[in-house]
Design a protein around this ligand. Structure first.
Ligand SMILES: *[C@@H]1O[C@H](CO)[C@@H](O)[C@H](O)[C@H]1NC(C)=O
Ligand SMILES: *[C@@H]1O[C@H](CO)[C@@H](O)[C@H](O)[C@H]1NC(C)=O
Length: 155
């Protein structure tokens, strides 16, 4: 049996024009965006916990006897990102990293992962997520703390 959670993430990213750096270690300037771009990304995130090839594996667990609680569980993930809701649809990248069951109350995660794209316009670029992730809520906002390639904030 396979348990699959499909999480849909929509990101709105603002990419700004390149600031010019001189040969010094540090200089603070007023940030002026010459060109503001908005990219809407729509894809499906497959987190498979069981079956022959789980994409999320338990790597650490708290030493506790209280049953039912997952508090402290840490999973490492390499989850595929696809264009459509089916796992068989075009894979456009993967989410690699961790999530931790970080709440002692209502189950909730802290997610730390890199959404790397391997297909299309954003091949080679990635988005860094470090955020609370209240998985029981159907609509969630996750913090994007940076990115690589086309999503680099100093691009
Ligand atoms: C869990 O229970 C075992 C056996 O009853 C006990 O030896 C152990 O100390 C307990 N661990 C914790 C973290 O409470
Ligand atoms: C993505 O980029 C890598 C490295 O440049 C390249 O090897 C690969 O063929 C590209 N994949 C697609 C689907 O464009």
């Amino acid at each position: 049996m396979e348990a699959r959670k499909i999480l849909e993430l929509a990101f709105i990213l603002c990419l700004a024009a390149t600031p010019v750096y001189s040969q010094r270690y540090s200089q603070t300037r007023r940030y002026i965006s010459k060109e503001k771009k908005v990219t809407n990304l729509h894809f499906f995130f497959h987190d498979t916990l069981s079956g022959k090839n789980p994409s999320a594996v338990l790597v650490a667990q708290a030493n506790r006897n209280k049953s039912g609680s997952q508090f402290g569980d840490v999973y490492a993930i390499d989850d595929p990102l696809t264009v459509g809701p089916e796992l068989t649809s075009q894979v456009i990248g993967n989410a690699q990293g961790l999530y931790v069951f970080a709440s002692q109350g209502i189950p909730s995660l802290v997610s730390i992962y890199d959404l790397g794209f391997t297909y299309g316009e954003f091949n080679g670029s990635s988005i860094s997520v470090f955020s609370r992730n209240p998985v029981l809520e159907t609509e969630r906002e996750l913090a994007v703390v940076g990115g690589r390639g086309k999503f680099s904030i100093i691009n």
